[in-house]
Ligand binder design. Structure first.
Ligand SMILES: *[C@@H]1O[C@H](CO)[C@@H](O)[C@H](O)[C@H]1NC(C)=O
Ligand SMILES: *[C@@H]1O[C@H](CO)[C@@H](O)[C@H](O)[C@H]1NC(C)=O
Ligand SMILES: *[C@@H]1O[C@H](CO)[C@@H](O)[C@H](O)[C@H]1NC(C)=O
Length: 221
């Protein structure tokens, strides 16, 4: 009497959970997506210049996991939830179309919570995150639009060359061994070209990108 449900369990489980094939990321351009996000009706976007690889430890790629990781490399949530930039959307070519950013994180100047208020006043590095998890390209990778901003009196405009600078500063802070909340991370970076088109075409603020995307692979120790 109990044998049937027990035998049926594995089949049920495999029908419910389609396993993800481990892959670093899928190129959004290959399936109608873009490596530029969308800032609104202007038709312009900001470069998705960092990818947190789908080959990272799975716990880093969850919502809570990436927030803890961000704190380990010097970022936290926006100052008391005050959100000065409008939310942006991105299409990662995974079949989900344009979706809102998961979260926007700012450099925390060494004090998670209060430091982001400082960033809001003096400017600094910040990034927005999207997850590539639609059924047509389910890498689980997180795509970051990273930029370096002016202070609040400049209304959070991006500094000259701010996309490339923001990317490089984030990567520099991330590479090697970092830790937060009892979790220790080892991060390896490598650069790829061919995802993001170099130049200013379609790019917000008329600020050029060098066309490099930095891939971060994060392993929990
Ligand atoms: C994909 O990621 C989005 C954004 O985090 C999340 O809301 C959604 O539940 C995820 N989908 C699956 C199938 O895990
Ligand atoms: C990636 O490219 C940037 C810009 O040229 C460079 O500063 C950085 O060192 C490169 N990172 C790696 C891991 O090659
Ligand atoms: C973008 O910047 C270039 C070079 O600085 C300038 O020649 C061009 O007029 C600018 N375009 C816009 C739309 O601001």
């Amino acid at each position: 009497m109990y044998a049937l449900p027990l035998l049926a369990l594995p089949a049920l489980a495999s029908a419910l959970f389609v396993p993800r094939v481990p892959v670093a990321y899928y190129d959004p351009n290959a399936n109608g997506g873009s490596m530029l996000d969308s800032v609104g009706s202007s038709g312009l976007g900001e470069p998705l210049n960092i990818i947190l690889s789908g080959l990272s430890s799975p716990a880093v790629l969850t919502d809570a996991g990436v927030l803890n990781y961000a704190r380990a490399i010097g970022f936290s949530e926006e100052c008391f939830g005050i959100h000065q930039g409008g939310p942006q959307t991105a299409n990662l070519g995974d079949g989900n179309g344009y979706t809102d950013q998961l979260v926007e994180l700012r450099q925390d100047y060494g004090s998670a919570g209060v430091g982001t208020c400082l960033e809001s006043l003096v400017g600094g590095n910040h990034f927005r995150i999207w997850r590539q998890n639609g059924t047509e390209a389910n890498s689980g990778a997180l795509f970051f639009a990273t930029s370096q901003e002016e202070d609040v009196t400049e209304h959070h405009t991006i500094v000259p060359d701010g996309y490339n600078i923001g990317r490089d500063l984030l990567a520099q802070a991330a590479v090697g061994t970092t830790s937060y909340g009892g979790v220790t991370y080892n991060t390896v970076a490598n650069n790829v070209t061919g995802l993001l088109k170099p130049g200013v075409e379609g790019v917000n603020h008329n600020i050029s990108t060098d066309g490099i995307t930095t891939i971060l692979t994060v392993t929990i120790q």
